[in-house]
Design a protein around this ligand. Structure first.
Ligand code: NDP
Length: 458
Protein backbone atom coordinates (compact mmCIF):
# COMPACT_ATOMS: atom_id res chain seq x y z
CA UNK A 1 0.00 0.00 0.00
CA UNK A 2 1.44 3.38 -1.05
CA UNK A 3 2.42 5.75 1.71
CA UNK A 4 0.45 8.64 0.18
CA UNK A 5 -2.72 8.88 -1.92
CA UNK A 6 -0.80 10.73 -4.64
CA UNK A 7 2.78 11.20 -5.87
CA UNK A 8 2.11 14.87 -6.67
CA UNK A 9 -0.77 17.25 -6.12
CA UNK A 10 -0.61 20.44 -8.12
CA UNK A 11 -2.40 23.60 -7.03
CA UNK A 12 -3.37 25.67 -10.04
CA UNK A 13 -4.27 24.40 -13.53
CA UNK A 14 -2.58 27.13 -15.53
CA UNK A 15 0.05 26.53 -18.17
CA UNK A 16 2.79 25.56 -15.70
CA UNK A 17 0.63 23.39 -13.46
CA UNK A 18 -0.96 21.52 -16.36
CA UNK A 19 2.37 20.96 -18.14
CA UNK A 20 4.03 19.65 -15.00
CA UNK A 21 1.11 17.39 -14.04
CA UNK A 22 0.73 15.94 -17.53
CA UNK A 23 4.43 15.20 -17.79
CA UNK A 24 4.39 13.56 -14.35
CA UNK A 25 1.25 11.57 -15.27
CA UNK A 26 2.86 10.40 -18.51
CA UNK A 27 5.58 8.74 -16.42
CA UNK A 28 3.01 6.84 -14.41
CA UNK A 29 3.01 9.11 -11.36
CA UNK A 30 -0.31 9.35 -9.50
CA UNK A 31 -1.14 13.03 -9.96
CA UNK A 32 -4.01 15.31 -9.00
CA UNK A 33 -4.48 18.96 -9.92
CA UNK A 34 -6.70 21.45 -8.11
CA UNK A 35 -8.31 24.44 -9.80
CA UNK A 36 -11.00 26.76 -8.49
CA UNK A 37 -11.50 28.63 -11.76
CA UNK A 38 -11.08 27.58 -15.37
CA UNK A 39 -8.63 24.95 -16.54
CA UNK A 40 -6.01 26.79 -18.59
CA UNK A 41 -5.29 29.57 -16.12
CA UNK A 42 -4.17 33.10 -16.85
CA UNK A 43 -2.37 32.55 -20.15
CA UNK A 44 -5.11 30.63 -21.89
CA UNK A 45 -8.18 32.15 -20.26
CA UNK A 46 -7.32 35.76 -19.47
CA UNK A 47 -3.86 36.50 -20.76
CA UNK A 48 -1.66 35.62 -23.70
CA UNK A 49 -4.26 33.78 -25.77
CA UNK A 50 -7.33 36.07 -25.63
CA UNK A 51 -5.00 39.09 -25.74
CA UNK A 52 -3.48 37.88 -28.98
CA UNK A 53 -6.93 37.51 -30.58
CA UNK A 54 -7.60 41.13 -29.68
CA UNK A 55 -4.22 42.18 -31.08
CA UNK A 56 -5.02 40.40 -34.36
CA UNK A 57 -8.34 42.28 -34.45
CA UNK A 58 -6.58 45.61 -33.89
CA UNK A 59 -3.97 44.94 -36.58
CA UNK A 60 -6.66 44.71 -39.24
CA UNK A 61 -7.03 48.48 -38.94
CA UNK A 62 -3.55 48.84 -40.47
CA UNK A 63 -4.33 46.34 -43.19
CA UNK A 64 -7.46 48.24 -44.25
CA UNK A 65 -5.57 51.54 -44.22
CA UNK A 66 -2.55 50.17 -46.08
CA UNK A 67 -4.53 48.34 -48.74
CA UNK A 68 -5.27 51.52 -50.74
CA UNK A 69 -1.61 51.99 -51.67
CA UNK A 70 -1.70 48.49 -53.13
CA UNK A 71 -4.66 49.24 -55.34
CA UNK A 72 -7.54 48.11 -53.17
CA UNK A 73 -10.69 50.15 -52.73
CA UNK A 74 -11.82 49.31 -49.23
CA UNK A 75 -15.18 50.65 -48.08
CA UNK A 76 -15.03 52.27 -44.63
CA UNK A 77 -14.68 49.20 -42.38
CA UNK A 78 -17.06 48.70 -39.47
CA UNK A 79 -15.94 47.00 -36.31
CA UNK A 80 -18.13 44.82 -34.08
CA UNK A 81 -16.59 44.47 -30.60
CA UNK A 82 -19.33 42.15 -29.32
CA UNK A 83 -18.72 39.73 -32.16
CA UNK A 84 -14.99 39.69 -31.49
CA UNK A 85 -15.52 38.96 -27.79
CA UNK A 86 -18.10 36.25 -28.53
CA UNK A 87 -15.80 34.53 -31.05
CA UNK A 88 -12.88 34.81 -28.67
CA UNK A 89 -14.94 33.26 -25.87
CA UNK A 90 -16.03 30.41 -28.11
CA UNK A 91 -12.41 29.63 -28.88
CA UNK A 92 -11.48 29.77 -25.18
CA UNK A 93 -14.24 27.24 -24.41
CA UNK A 94 -12.79 24.96 -27.07
CA UNK A 95 -9.30 25.35 -25.63
CA UNK A 96 -10.50 24.63 -22.12
CA UNK A 97 -12.03 21.40 -23.39
CA UNK A 98 -8.71 20.46 -24.93
CA UNK A 99 -6.86 21.17 -21.69
CA UNK A 100 -9.31 19.04 -19.71
CA UNK A 101 -8.82 16.18 -22.16
CA UNK A 102 -5.05 16.49 -21.98
CA UNK A 103 -5.23 16.05 -18.21
CA UNK A 104 -7.63 13.13 -18.52
CA UNK A 105 -5.45 11.40 -21.10
CA UNK A 106 -2.44 11.73 -18.78
CA UNK A 107 -4.51 10.15 -15.95
CA UNK A 108 -4.38 13.33 -13.89
CA UNK A 109 -7.27 13.65 -11.40
CA UNK A 110 -8.90 17.09 -11.54
CA UNK A 111 -10.31 18.54 -8.31
CA UNK A 112 -12.43 21.55 -9.16
CA UNK A 113 -12.14 23.52 -5.97
CA UNK A 114 -9.87 25.77 -3.98
CA UNK A 115 -7.02 23.84 -2.39
CA UNK A 116 -5.11 24.59 0.78
CA UNK A 117 -1.96 23.06 2.16
CA UNK A 118 -2.68 21.38 5.49
CA UNK A 119 0.88 20.16 6.03
CA UNK A 120 3.88 19.39 3.76
CA UNK A 121 2.19 16.16 2.63
CA UNK A 122 -1.53 16.97 2.82
CA UNK A 123 -3.87 19.03 0.68
CA UNK A 124 -7.47 19.86 1.45
CA UNK A 125 -9.85 20.43 -1.45
CA UNK A 126 -13.63 20.19 -1.76
CA UNK A 127 -13.83 19.35 1.94
CA UNK A 128 -11.57 16.30 1.73
CA UNK A 129 -7.93 15.73 2.67
CA UNK A 130 -5.53 13.96 0.35
CA UNK A 131 -1.99 12.96 1.19
CA UNK A 132 0.79 13.34 -1.34
CA UNK A 133 4.53 12.79 -1.63
CA UNK A 134 5.00 16.17 -3.34
CA UNK A 135 3.06 19.39 -3.63
CA UNK A 136 3.46 21.58 -6.70
CA UNK A 137 2.31 25.18 -6.26
CA UNK A 138 1.46 26.85 -9.56
CA UNK A 139 -1.03 29.49 -8.51
CA UNK A 140 0.37 32.29 -10.67
CA UNK A 141 -0.07 35.99 -9.99
CA UNK A 142 -2.86 38.53 -9.82
CA UNK A 143 -2.97 42.17 -10.99
CA UNK A 144 -1.81 44.79 -8.49
CA UNK A 145 -4.11 47.71 -7.72
CA UNK A 146 -2.87 50.67 -5.67
CA UNK A 147 -4.95 52.11 -2.85
CA UNK A 148 -5.92 55.46 -4.34
CA UNK A 149 -9.33 57.10 -4.07
CA UNK A 150 -11.70 55.69 -6.67
CA UNK A 151 -9.62 52.60 -7.47
CA UNK A 152 -12.86 50.57 -7.40
CA UNK A 153 -13.69 52.21 -10.75
CA UNK A 154 -10.57 50.81 -12.40
CA UNK A 155 -10.35 47.58 -14.34
CA UNK A 156 -7.43 45.20 -14.86
CA UNK A 157 -6.47 43.09 -17.86
CA UNK A 158 -8.91 40.43 -16.57
CA UNK A 159 -11.91 42.65 -17.22
CA UNK A 160 -10.40 44.40 -20.26
CA UNK A 161 -10.57 41.14 -22.18
CA UNK A 162 -14.29 40.80 -21.55
CA UNK A 163 -15.79 44.27 -21.83
CA UNK A 164 -19.36 44.10 -23.06
CA UNK A 165 -18.93 47.26 -25.14
CA UNK A 166 -15.93 48.80 -26.80
CA UNK A 167 -14.54 51.68 -24.73
CA UNK A 168 -14.18 55.05 -26.42
CA UNK A 169 -11.68 56.76 -24.15
CA UNK A 170 -9.20 54.60 -22.26
CA UNK A 171 -6.62 55.70 -19.72
CA UNK A 172 -3.99 53.09 -18.90
CA UNK A 173 -1.77 53.25 -15.83
CA UNK A 174 1.68 51.68 -16.33
CA UNK A 175 4.04 51.24 -19.23
CA UNK A 176 4.93 47.54 -19.13
CA UNK A 177 3.92 44.54 -21.23
CA UNK A 178 0.20 44.73 -20.50
CA UNK A 179 -0.13 48.51 -20.82
CA UNK A 180 1.61 48.57 -24.20
CA UNK A 181 -0.36 45.61 -25.53
CA UNK A 182 -3.76 47.00 -24.51
CA UNK A 183 -2.85 50.45 -25.78
CA UNK A 184 -2.31 48.89 -29.21
CA UNK A 185 -5.54 46.90 -28.99
CA UNK A 186 -7.79 49.78 -27.97
CA UNK A 187 -6.15 52.26 -30.33
CA UNK A 188 -6.39 49.78 -33.19
CA UNK A 189 -10.12 49.24 -32.76
CA UNK A 190 -10.72 52.97 -32.65
CA UNK A 191 -10.58 54.22 -29.05
CA UNK A 192 -8.69 57.27 -27.76
CA UNK A 193 -5.88 55.95 -25.61
CA UNK A 194 -3.70 57.63 -22.99
CA UNK A 195 -0.91 55.89 -21.11
CA UNK A 196 0.23 57.37 -17.81
CA UNK A 197 3.80 56.45 -16.85
CA UNK A 198 6.06 57.41 -13.97
CA UNK A 199 9.22 57.56 -16.08
CA UNK A 200 9.91 59.02 -19.51
CA UNK A 201 9.48 55.91 -21.68
CA UNK A 202 7.54 52.67 -21.76
CA UNK A 203 9.02 49.20 -21.07
CA UNK A 204 11.52 49.83 -18.30
CA UNK A 205 14.11 47.05 -18.21
CA UNK A 206 14.14 46.59 -21.99
CA UNK A 207 16.97 47.81 -24.21
CA UNK A 208 16.93 51.61 -24.48
CA UNK A 209 16.57 51.51 -28.27
CA UNK A 210 13.46 49.36 -27.90
CA UNK A 211 12.06 51.75 -25.32
CA UNK A 212 12.75 54.84 -27.40
CA UNK A 213 11.47 53.33 -30.64
CA UNK A 214 8.27 51.95 -29.15
CA UNK A 215 7.53 55.14 -27.23
CA UNK A 216 7.98 57.16 -30.45
CA UNK A 217 5.99 54.81 -32.67
CA UNK A 218 3.11 54.50 -30.22
CA UNK A 219 3.02 58.28 -30.02
CA UNK A 220 3.10 58.51 -33.82
CA UNK A 221 0.07 56.23 -33.89
CA UNK A 222 -1.82 58.73 -31.78
CA UNK A 223 -1.44 57.10 -28.37
CA UNK A 224 -1.09 59.88 -25.83
CA UNK A 225 1.79 59.07 -23.48
CA UNK A 226 1.74 61.21 -20.36
CA UNK A 227 5.09 60.80 -18.62
CA UNK A 228 6.58 61.63 -15.22
CA UNK A 229 3.31 61.38 -13.36
CA UNK A 230 0.90 59.01 -11.67
CA UNK A 231 -2.82 58.76 -11.22
CA UNK A 232 -3.81 60.28 -7.87
CA UNK A 233 -7.55 59.56 -7.93
CA UNK A 234 -10.37 58.36 -10.15
CA UNK A 235 -13.63 60.24 -9.80
CA UNK A 236 -17.01 59.27 -11.17
CA UNK A 237 -18.26 61.99 -13.52
CA UNK A 238 -21.74 61.09 -14.87
CA UNK A 239 -21.22 58.13 -17.21
CA UNK A 240 -17.43 58.58 -17.40
CA UNK A 241 -14.49 59.00 -15.03
CA UNK A 242 -12.23 61.93 -14.25
CA UNK A 243 -8.66 60.72 -13.85
CA UNK A 244 -6.75 63.07 -11.58
CA UNK A 245 -3.02 63.14 -12.23
CA UNK A 246 -0.29 64.00 -9.76
CA UNK A 247 0.99 66.50 -12.32
CA UNK A 248 -0.80 67.99 -15.31
CA UNK A 249 -4.39 68.20 -16.45
CA UNK A 250 -7.07 65.70 -15.51
CA UNK A 251 -8.01 63.12 -18.11
CA UNK A 252 -11.49 61.86 -18.97
CA UNK A 253 -12.08 58.17 -19.59
CA UNK A 254 -14.86 55.64 -19.86
CA UNK A 255 -12.40 52.91 -18.84
CA UNK A 256 -9.35 53.19 -16.58
CA UNK A 257 -7.09 50.16 -16.93
CA UNK A 258 -4.43 49.40 -14.35
CA UNK A 259 -1.40 47.46 -15.57
CA UNK A 260 1.28 48.21 -13.01
CA UNK A 261 2.49 44.68 -12.45
CA UNK A 262 1.22 41.45 -10.96
CA UNK A 263 1.78 40.00 -7.49
CA UNK A 264 2.45 36.31 -6.77
CA UNK A 265 -0.71 34.62 -5.53
CA UNK A 266 0.25 32.97 -2.26
CA UNK A 267 -2.31 34.29 0.23
CA UNK A 268 -4.29 31.82 2.36
CA UNK A 269 -2.93 28.71 0.70
CA UNK A 270 -1.24 27.50 3.88
CA UNK A 271 2.27 27.95 2.54
CA UNK A 272 3.77 29.83 5.46
CA UNK A 273 2.03 27.55 7.95
CA UNK A 274 3.67 24.59 6.19
CA UNK A 275 7.04 26.34 6.58
CA UNK A 276 7.62 27.60 3.02
CA UNK A 277 9.68 30.79 2.92
CA UNK A 278 8.27 33.70 0.93
CA UNK A 279 9.98 36.80 -0.51
CA UNK A 280 8.76 40.21 0.73
CA UNK A 281 6.44 40.46 -2.30
CA UNK A 282 4.85 37.11 -1.42
CA UNK A 283 6.69 35.03 -4.03
CA UNK A 284 7.69 31.52 -2.99
CA UNK A 285 11.45 31.21 -2.56
CA UNK A 286 12.76 28.27 -4.57
CA UNK A 287 16.13 26.89 -5.62
CA UNK A 288 17.18 26.17 -9.19
CA UNK A 289 15.21 22.87 -8.99
CA UNK A 290 12.05 24.87 -8.16
CA UNK A 291 12.10 23.38 -4.66
CA UNK A 292 10.91 25.57 -1.80
CA UNK A 293 12.37 25.65 1.70
CA UNK A 294 10.09 22.67 2.45
CA UNK A 295 11.59 19.69 0.59
CA UNK A 296 8.22 18.23 -0.49
CA UNK A 297 6.84 21.55 -1.77
CA UNK A 298 7.78 22.78 -5.24
CA UNK A 299 6.69 25.97 -6.97
CA UNK A 300 6.81 27.07 -10.59
CA UNK A 301 5.79 30.01 -12.73
CA UNK A 302 4.69 33.51 -11.71
CA UNK A 303 4.14 32.49 -8.08
CA UNK A 304 7.94 32.29 -7.77
CA UNK A 305 8.49 35.64 -9.53
CA UNK A 306 11.56 34.55 -11.48
CA UNK A 307 10.88 35.12 -15.18
CA UNK A 308 7.14 35.60 -15.44
CA UNK A 309 6.44 34.12 -18.84
CA UNK A 310 4.21 31.18 -19.76
CA UNK A 311 6.85 29.11 -21.58
CA UNK A 312 9.17 29.54 -18.61
CA UNK A 313 6.52 28.21 -16.21
CA UNK A 314 5.98 25.26 -18.56
CA UNK A 315 9.70 24.53 -18.77
CA UNK A 316 10.08 24.83 -14.98
CA UNK A 317 7.13 22.47 -14.43
CA UNK A 318 8.39 19.88 -16.88
CA UNK A 319 11.86 20.06 -15.35
CA UNK A 320 10.39 19.16 -11.94
CA UNK A 321 8.39 16.27 -13.42
CA UNK A 322 11.47 14.94 -15.22
CA UNK A 323 13.53 15.21 -12.05
CA UNK A 324 10.99 13.57 -9.76
CA UNK A 325 9.41 10.95 -11.98
CA UNK A 326 11.73 10.14 -14.87
CA UNK A 327 15.12 9.91 -13.19
CA UNK A 328 16.21 12.73 -15.49
CA UNK A 329 17.32 15.64 -13.30
CA UNK A 330 16.79 18.95 -15.10
CA UNK A 331 17.77 22.26 -13.59
CA UNK A 332 15.90 25.12 -15.24
CA UNK A 333 18.13 27.42 -17.26
CA UNK A 334 16.77 30.96 -17.20
CA UNK A 335 19.51 32.41 -19.43
CA UNK A 336 18.68 33.86 -22.84
CA UNK A 337 14.93 33.39 -22.64
CA UNK A 338 13.36 35.33 -25.51
CA UNK A 339 10.27 37.41 -24.93
CA UNK A 340 7.90 39.59 -26.88
CA UNK A 341 5.52 42.43 -26.32
CA UNK A 342 2.51 42.23 -28.62
CA UNK A 343 2.23 45.96 -28.88
CA UNK A 344 1.60 47.56 -32.27
CA UNK A 345 4.32 47.66 -33.55
CA UNK A 346 5.51 44.55 -31.77
CA UNK A 347 8.70 43.98 -29.78
CA UNK A 348 10.96 40.93 -29.69
CA UNK A 349 14.04 40.51 -27.59
CA UNK A 350 16.53 37.88 -26.50
CA UNK A 351 19.70 38.13 -24.47
CA UNK A 352 21.22 41.13 -22.78
CA UNK A 353 20.31 44.76 -23.19
CA UNK A 354 23.18 47.04 -24.17
CA UNK A 355 23.16 48.49 -20.66
CA UNK A 356 23.40 45.10 -18.91
CA UNK A 357 25.95 43.79 -21.42
CA UNK A 358 28.24 46.79 -20.78
CA UNK A 359 28.05 46.14 -17.06
CA UNK A 360 28.87 42.44 -17.47
CA UNK A 361 31.22 42.41 -20.46
CA UNK A 362 32.72 45.90 -20.81
CA UNK A 363 33.67 46.61 -24.41
CA UNK A 364 30.90 45.95 -26.91
CA UNK A 365 30.20 46.37 -30.58
CA UNK A 366 26.72 47.62 -31.25
CA UNK A 367 24.98 47.25 -34.59
CA UNK A 368 21.70 48.98 -35.20
CA UNK A 369 19.44 49.35 -38.19
CA UNK A 370 16.48 51.65 -38.56
CA UNK A 371 14.50 51.40 -41.74
CA UNK A 372 11.09 51.67 -43.24
CA UNK A 373 9.83 48.13 -43.90
CA UNK A 374 9.22 47.44 -47.57
CA UNK A 375 5.46 47.06 -47.11
CA UNK A 376 5.28 50.61 -45.79
CA UNK A 377 6.56 52.13 -49.05
CA UNK A 378 3.52 51.73 -51.30
CA UNK A 379 1.14 52.11 -48.39
CA UNK A 380 2.77 55.39 -47.37
CA UNK A 381 2.96 54.35 -43.72
CA UNK A 382 5.80 56.19 -41.99
CA UNK A 383 6.48 53.63 -39.29
CA UNK A 384 10.06 52.41 -39.02
CA UNK A 385 11.55 49.17 -37.79
CA UNK A 386 14.49 49.02 -35.36
CA UNK A 387 16.87 46.07 -35.11
CA UNK A 388 19.90 45.82 -32.90
CA UNK A 389 22.70 43.42 -32.11
CA UNK A 390 24.79 43.65 -28.94
CA UNK A 391 28.15 41.94 -29.47
CA UNK A 392 30.92 41.14 -27.00
CA UNK A 393 34.02 42.73 -28.56
CA UNK A 394 36.41 40.24 -26.97
CA UNK A 395 34.75 37.00 -28.08
CA UNK A 396 32.56 38.30 -30.95
CA UNK A 397 29.62 36.51 -29.32
CA UNK A 398 26.20 38.04 -29.92
CA UNK A 399 24.86 38.80 -26.45
CA UNK A 400 21.55 40.36 -27.37
CA UNK A 401 19.13 40.79 -30.29
CA UNK A 402 16.40 43.39 -30.08
CA UNK A 403 13.69 44.43 -32.49
CA UNK A 404 10.67 46.68 -32.78
CA UNK A 405 8.62 46.17 -35.90
CA UNK A 406 6.18 43.87 -37.66
CA UNK A 407 6.68 40.18 -36.82
CA UNK A 408 9.42 40.93 -34.27
CA UNK A 409 8.28 38.05 -31.98
CA UNK A 410 8.36 35.55 -34.88
CA UNK A 411 11.81 36.70 -35.95
CA UNK A 412 13.35 36.77 -32.52
CA UNK A 413 12.15 33.24 -31.76
CA UNK A 414 14.44 31.95 -34.51
CA UNK A 415 17.35 34.12 -33.46
CA UNK A 416 16.97 32.87 -29.89
CA UNK A 417 18.29 29.49 -31.06
CA UNK A 418 21.44 31.17 -32.35
CA UNK A 419 21.88 33.11 -29.12
CA UNK A 420 21.32 29.98 -27.02
CA UNK A 421 24.02 28.26 -29.10
CA UNK A 422 26.45 31.13 -28.46
CA UNK A 423 26.58 32.34 -32.06
CA UNK A 424 29.19 34.96 -32.96
CA UNK A 425 28.70 38.04 -35.10
CA UNK A 426 30.91 36.38 -37.70
CA UNK A 427 28.48 33.45 -37.84
CA UNK A 428 25.60 35.87 -38.24
CA UNK A 429 27.55 37.45 -41.13
CA UNK A 430 28.19 34.04 -42.70
CA UNK A 431 24.47 33.32 -42.70
CA UNK A 432 22.88 34.15 -46.05
CA UNK A 433 19.84 36.37 -45.83
CA UNK A 434 16.42 35.76 -47.37
CA UNK A 435 15.57 38.56 -49.74
CA UNK A 436 13.49 40.66 -49.51
CA UNK A 437 12.69 40.35 -45.82
CA UNK A 438 13.21 42.47 -42.74
CA UNK A 439 14.97 39.54 -41.09
CA UNK A 440 17.89 39.64 -43.54
CA UNK A 441 18.94 42.85 -41.86
CA UNK A 442 20.05 40.82 -38.84
CA UNK A 443 22.66 39.04 -40.97
CA UNK A 444 23.81 42.00 -43.03
CA UNK A 445 24.61 44.62 -40.39
CA UNK A 446 28.11 45.94 -41.12
CA UNK A 447 28.50 49.35 -39.53
CA UNK A 448 29.09 49.64 -35.83
CA UNK A 449 27.30 52.32 -33.87
CA UNK A 450 29.94 54.86 -32.72
CA UNK A 451 31.18 54.35 -29.17
CA UNK A 452 29.05 56.16 -26.60
CA UNK A 453 30.67 58.73 -24.37
CA UNK A 454 31.70 57.18 -21.06
CA UNK A 455 28.78 58.65 -19.10
CA UNK A 456 26.18 57.69 -21.72
CA UNK A 457 27.18 54.05 -21.44
CA UNK A 458 26.39 54.01 -17.73
P1 NDP B 1 5.22 45.05 -15.89
O1 NDP B 1 6.02 44.61 -14.75
O2 NDP B 1 5.57 44.62 -17.25
O3 NDP B 1 5.16 46.63 -15.92
C1 NDP B 1 4.68 47.35 -14.84
C2 NDP B 1 4.60 48.79 -15.26
O4 NDP B 1 3.89 49.49 -14.25
C3 NDP B 1 5.92 49.46 -15.42
O5 NDP B 1 5.85 50.25 -16.58
C4 NDP B 1 6.09 50.30 -14.18
O6 NDP B 1 6.67 51.51 -14.50
C5 NDP B 1 4.65 50.60 -13.80
N1 NDP B 1 4.41 50.75 -12.37
C6 NDP B 1 4.78 49.91 -11.38
N2 NDP B 1 4.30 50.34 -10.21
C7 NDP B 1 3.63 51.47 -10.47
C8 NDP B 1 2.90 52.37 -9.66
N3 NDP B 1 2.77 52.18 -8.34
N4 NDP B 1 2.33 53.43 -10.26
C9 NDP B 1 2.44 53.63 -11.58
N5 NDP B 1 3.11 52.81 -12.40
C10 NDP B 1 3.69 51.74 -11.84
O7 NDP B 1 3.72 44.65 -15.50
P2 NDP B 1 2.44 44.29 -16.36
O8 NDP B 1 1.31 44.49 -15.42
O9 NDP B 1 2.44 45.00 -17.66
O10 NDP B 1 2.64 42.75 -16.65
C11 NDP B 1 2.83 41.83 -15.58
C12 NDP B 1 3.67 40.68 -16.04
O11 NDP B 1 2.93 39.87 -16.91
C13 NDP B 1 4.91 41.08 -16.84
O12 NDP B 1 6.00 41.33 -16.03
C14 NDP B 1 5.12 39.91 -17.72
O13 NDP B 1 5.99 39.03 -17.08
C15 NDP B 1 3.76 39.27 -17.87
N6 NDP B 1 3.23 39.50 -19.21
C16 NDP B 1 3.92 39.04 -20.29
C17 NDP B 1 3.43 39.26 -21.56
C18 NDP B 1 4.20 38.77 -22.74
O14 NDP B 1 5.08 37.94 -22.58
N7 NDP B 1 3.90 39.27 -23.93
C19 NDP B 1 2.18 39.96 -21.78
C20 NDP B 1 1.56 40.42 -20.58
C21 NDP B 1 2.08 40.19 -19.36
P3 NDP B 1 8.07 52.07 -13.96
O15 NDP B 1 8.94 52.10 -15.16
O16 NDP B 1 7.73 53.42 -13.49
O17 NDP B 1 8.50 51.15 -12.88
Amino acid sequence: MAKYHFDMITIGAGSGGVASSRRAGSYGARVAICEDWRVGGTCVMRGCVPKKFLVYAAEFADDFADAAGYGWHVPAPRFDWAKLIANKNKELDRLEGIYRNLLKNANVTLFEGRATIVDPHTIEVLGKRHTTANIMVATGARPILPSIPGIEHAITSNEALDLSAMPKQVVIAGGGYIACEFAGIFKGVGADVTIVIRGDKVLRGFDEDIRTTLTEEMTARGINIVSHTQIGAIKKARDAFRVVLGKGDDLMADKVLYAIGRAPYTKNIGLEEAGAKLKPNGAIMVDSWSRSSVPSIYAIGDVTDRLNLTPVAIAEGRAVAETLFNDNPIEMDHANVPSAVFSIPSVGTVGLTEHDARKQFGALDIYRARFRPMKNTLSGRGERTMMKLVVDRKTDRVLGCHMVGPDAPELIQGLAVAIKCGATKRQFDQTVGIHPTAGEEFVTMRDKVPEPKAEAAE
